[in-house]
Design a protein around this ligand. Structure first.
Ligand code: GLV
Ligand code: MN
Ligand code: MN
Length: 419
């Protein structure tokens, strides 16, 4: 029997098996022994992912380009090439011990949507561009969501290019190496205009699975503030230096973290507070530590709580310095994001029309959509992930759920691109 696809239902051209196979192929780039992925921003593995996506795009006749901060664009031309494009996408970089779906799903779902448009013979009024945003994770270069922040004007290009990793390599240098390994034409300009943006992503939490829903209609993203804390004391001999004479940077840093845990105490368990990196120097068993560097990731859905508690971090740190010098630097601040009702309603309608059980929900995780939402109507589509496990090599999702999200994305993009 010949399947008839009408222009009104481009999602009928979404192919679950093709989308799944593309995940399998991408997961080989940076594959870890435990079944996850280590594909940090602007690494050789990231360059390989860019080459693969660009090759797939060329094979389908899409145009590929990059901007000055290394965001990678795949364009399906519109009937009106001068119209502002509708954007979709996510990121291809991963955590050091990341999973096979965080970020890459949104890129591959977007690519599947473009393929579905071609396979359905559907030309849309506006161009649709898939974007692989540079450095969403922020584990090598801080802060994360860097490419989308620069694109949307929330972070200056020069400032971003000057940021260095722990080995002292700048974003500018790593980007030069990446583009040399994965060359694509440069776009003439950075940034918009953008007609609308939708990002598909695994939920990274347990709610969809627990409530047996296939689609999360994302209403917004909680706000976040990130800091680095540097504690400088004095290196000294562990066997000879009396405790009273020490300036032990580790002892001070531990007291600071304990005090920050108190500051962030929240009976409602809404505050998110994480010290994810903690480095002790020189790291020798018989030398009193002279220097500690650690990070703070603080999130909350309410701007007032973010402001009030975040603003107290430096004073709390200073009070527990134990004679050491303490420097607290805020390296990024993103206000809570409310997505556009237009996009939220569209995602909900598309999910319902396709017969998928769905629910409205906020996002606890940060996403590139939080920056793009400052310059265009934006929204997100979540699909379930196994036990809500993410930022973990065990991250998992089913081919059927991934395809369901891609179908909702395809319908929503088609609607926005014909508006
Ligand atoms: C993104 O990975 C985040 O930290 O929320
Ligand atoms: Mn992500
Ligand atoms: Mn992530």
């Amino acid at each position: 029997m010949v399947e008839i696809r009408t222009a009104a239902q481009p999602s009928a051209a979404v192919r679950e098996e093709r989308l799944w196979q593309r995940h399998i192929e991408m997961a080989k780039l940076g594959a870890t022994a435990k079944g996850g992925v280590n594909r940090q921003a602007l690494s050789p593995e990231d360059a390989a992912a860019r080459r693969l996506l660009a090759a797939w795009a060329a094979a389908r006749g899409f145009t590929v380009s990059t901007d000055a901060i290394g965001n990678l664009f795949v364009r399906y031309e519109g009937q009106d090439p001068a119209a502002a494009p509708v954007l979709t996408g996510s990121h291809m970089d991963s955590q050091p011990t990341g999973g096979r779906f965080d970020g890459i799903y949104g890129v591959l779902a977007g690519f599947e949507a473009l393929e579905a448009f071609v396979d359905a013979g559907l030309r849309l009024r506006r161009p649709v561009e898939l974007v692989a945003w540079m450095n969403e994770e922020g584990s090598r270069f801080q802060p994360g969501a860097m490419g989308s922040a620069v694109f949307a004007g929330g972070l200056a290009l020069d400032a971003a290019l000057a940021i260095t990793d722990r080995a002292g390599v700048s974003v500018a240098e790593a980007l030069r190496q990446t583009l040399a390994a994965a060359p694509v034409p440069q776009r003439p300009a950075l940034g918009g205009p953008v007609a609308a943006y939708i990002e598909a992503h695994i939920e990274q939490g347990p709610r969809l699975e627990a409530e047996k829903r296939t689609i999360g209609v994302v209403t917004g993203i909680q706000g976040q503030r990130r800091y680095t804390v540097d504690v400088v004391g004095e290196e000294a001999h562990a066997g000879t230096t009396p405790r009273a004479a020490r300036k032990d940077a580790l002892s001070a840093a531990v007291a600071i973290v304990a005090a920050l845990e108190q500051l962030m105490a929240d009976p409602a368990d809404t505050v998110r507070f994480t010290v994810g990196r903690f480095e002790v120097h020189p790291g020798s068993p018989n030398t009193v530590p002279g220097r500690v560097h650690f990070t703070v990731d603080f999130r909350h859905p309410e701007a007032a709580v973010l402001a009030e508690r975040g603003d107290r971090i430096a004073a709390v740190a200073a009070r527990h310095a134990k004679g050491c010098a303490v420097t607290v630097a805020e390296i990024s601040r993103v206000a809570p994001t409310a997505f556009a009702p237009l996009v939220i309603d569209l995602v909900r309608d598309c999910a319902a029309r396709l017969g998928y059980a769905n629910m409205d929900m906020p996002s606890g995780a940060g996403h590139d959509a939080m920056h793009v939402a400052r310059i265009a109507p934006a929204g997100m589509i979540f699909v379930p992930c196994w036990r809500g496990i993410s930022h973990n090599e065990a991250e998992n999702a089913t081919p059927a759920d991934l395809a369901a999200g891609a179908r909702v994305l395809t319908e929503a993009l088609a609607s926005l691109a014909n508006a």
